[in-house]
Design a protein. Structure first.
Length: 372
């Protein structure tokens, strides 16, 4: 029964993982009221700016086209709420995580796509419209599907106090609060396109600045104990999860027989999670002494997803860009070949029925022989 669950203080003190609860260590530092409130305000503002930028990137005309041909919506559904939650669940089982770490990993896996994918899609010559539609639609779908995925995949740890206290209502409330800045961004895009472009750039820069600030503040709060409280298995998942997400996205787009630039886009959209939303939910809905150092998991995920996406872009710039240019040049060469053929046909048409010098001489010789 839920009433038999231990209080959060007991869970954080010693009931966590196989090593006696070290996974939730560092909770004392997060329990500092002033620091905790300061981080809450920072995370809330960063989430609002991110969602505002996402809304500013959506055009109603493109949205209508995608709804008439909902391939992007379907890919967002399959990638963000089928592939990634299942991947997070399997990794939590394979690495035998305790309930604190498992909930942090599941929460990150169930999040919608993040704005980082939009920037990376531009760098790999992807389909920007598809990228934006997938990010926006997965964010809206998350309002219903993210709590459902969390409820389904947390059943394995249902007998633990943390999962019994899993605040699905608070998660839904946090997701619902993102609709206001998204709607405001769509309205700004509709009425003031230039201001919307500026806000999109600001939101992308705020993503980088916020992550850096959170790393610095969290590292200062936890100090040298941070490395000791986060086991190697969590670092391994933070490395493997985005990498596997990129591979799953590319495979999913291949199944749908999409062109190469769309495959790159879907790959990035699937592996890049909205870590600002994940951080906000962990910070705003869980007691700091309960979640402890696992508050750092979305930040670790953000670090490795950015590094791996950067490698993806680097490899594409070094090798894939040449094939992209060749494909473009190939289309131009086909046009040139057609033009040359057309010119040859024109030359043939103009020479038809004319008498060359050799034909004229041979005709005169035949006439001379006939006269003789």
């Amino acid at each position: 029964m839920a009433g038999s669950a231990q209080p959060p203080e007991t869970v954080a003190a010693g009931g966590g993982g196989p090593d006696g609860g070290s996974l939730s260590g560092g909770g004392e530092a997060f329990g500092d009221r002033s620091l905790s409130q300061g981080l809450s305000v920072l995370v809330g503002l960063a989430l609002c700016v991110t969602m505002l930028g996402l809304g500013c990137a959506v055009e109603l005309g493109q949205l209508g086209q995608q709804l008439r041909r909902p391939v992007g919506l379907l890919l967002a559904l399959l990638g963000q709420f089928v592939a990634m939650p299942l991947l997070a669940f399997l990794l939590a089982l394979i690495f035998a995580l305790d309930e604190v770490a498992a909930v942090a990993v599941l929460l990150c896996g169930c999040c919608p796509g993040g704005n980082l994918s939009n920037l990376m899609s531009v760098l790999v010559d992807g389909d920007m419209n598809l990228s934006i539609i997938m990010t926006a639609s997965s964010t809206l779908l998350a309002l219903f599907l993210m709590p459902l995925c969390l409820w389904v995949y947390s059943r394995h740890w249902i007998n633990t106090a943390l999962v019994r206290l899993l605040p699905l209502g608070a998660v839904s409330l946090t997701l619902g609060s993102t609709l206001l800045p998204i709607g405001l961004g769509v309205l700004i895009r509709y009425r003031h396109p230039r201001a919307a472009d500026l806000l999109v750039k600001i939101s992308l820069w705020s993503l980088l600045v916020t992550l850096v600030i959170l790393f610095i503040l969290t590292g200062t709060m936890l100090g040298p104990d941070l490395m000791a409280h986060i086991p190697a298995s969590v670092y391994a998942i933070a490395v493997l999860m985005p990498l596997a997400g990129y591979a799953l996205g590319y495979g999913l787009a291949t199944v749908f027989k999409m062109p190469p630039h769309c495959r790159r886009t879907v790959s990035l959209e699937t592996g890049c999670q909205n870590v600002q939303l994940c951080t906000a939910i962990l910070k705003l809905t869980f007691p700091p002494e309960l979640i402890g150092s696992m508050y750092m998991f979305p930040l670790l995920y953000a670090l490795f997803q950015s590094a791996e996406a950067g490698l993806f872009v680097l490899v594409y710039k070094m090798y894939g860009r040449d094939s992209y240019k060749q494909d473009t040049l190939g289309e131009e060469e086909d046009t040139d070949i057609s033009y040359k053929k057309l010119k040859e046909e024109e030359v043939a048409d103009t020479s038809y029925g004319t008498v060359t010098m050799e034909e004229h001489n041979s005709a005169e010789m035949e006439l001379t022989q006939t006269a003789l």
